[in-house]
Design a protein around this ligand. Sequence first.
Ligand SMILES: Cc1ncc(COP(=O)(O)O)c(C=O)c1O
Length: 314
Amino acid sequence: MVDLFDNTLSVLETISDPILEAHGVSLVVKRDDLIDPEVSGNKWRKLKFNVLQGVQYKNEGILTFGGAYSNHLVATAAACEKARLRSVGIVRGDELNAQSNETLSRCHELGMQLHFVSREEYHLRNERFYHEELLQEYQNLWVVPEGGANYWGMIGCQEMNREIQVSFDRIVVAQGTTTTSCGVLMGLEDAQKISVIPVLKGFDSLAEMRQRFGKSGIDSETTDQLLSKVDVLDSFHFGGYAKYTDELLQFISDFYEKHQIRLDHVYTGKAMFALWEQILEGRYDGERIVFVHTGGLQGLNGLEIDVREKLFKG
Ligand SMILES: Cc1ncc(COP(=O)(O)O)c(C=O)c1O
């Protein structure tokens, strides 16, 4: 268990670039992607307290949900394997099997029991009665929602701020379910801001964050205060979840060549692209900025192999 919660590899890396200098911006990357090859980034943070909850309540493991390319499924499988817990993944798509792609076969290899369900059944994933039904078949498991999006996931992300031992004005986070950004936001000091980059098209970040705080029992006055620190950059979804353009892939490849940091096309590539645009437009002049590398490189498996190889040729 001790190994699983060691995140000493998540260093702060300073980025040097003439563009940053020209705009008086200092940029450091919080390298959560380095924590572990599989339980990395925000997956690690969202799973930490969920695994502990699972253990504390004498459950035998974790049951969770995900799509065919879910980073969260692999991370859960790997975390459970390390913690010697059972893992069950409820997977969207009853036409799939454990050999359908690299993500699913890795989950299988790590000992995750994969349970494929139709899209209609998957719609029930957040319903309590459905959990009860699943728990009759898979007993003594701690149920974690898709993407690790629950209170404990958020609390795990909040911890990150304490590890950032430099002063900063703004922190930048890619957004899916909002769990990570809400957690990070809760840990900010008064004058600090957060820029969030939703990767879904038509996503109402503020409404979604408000809902997440509400579910965690945070009152509306505190929520208003917290949300006043948020800058939503919502025109960087590149068409929607896991969609991408040549411009995005080129950016990811150039960024790697210049700074030797890999980004993915689903989350961190879009977030860094958005940040870079703001800097170029002079919107963040003079600021000290932290970019959270939330991991997710496993998501690159969704790309054709030749595209993947071209990305990080440097
Ligand atoms: C690599 C990566 N970055 C960012 C996010 C977004 O995090 P959240 O869903 O907590 O908003 C995810 C999704 O979990 C992710 O896999």
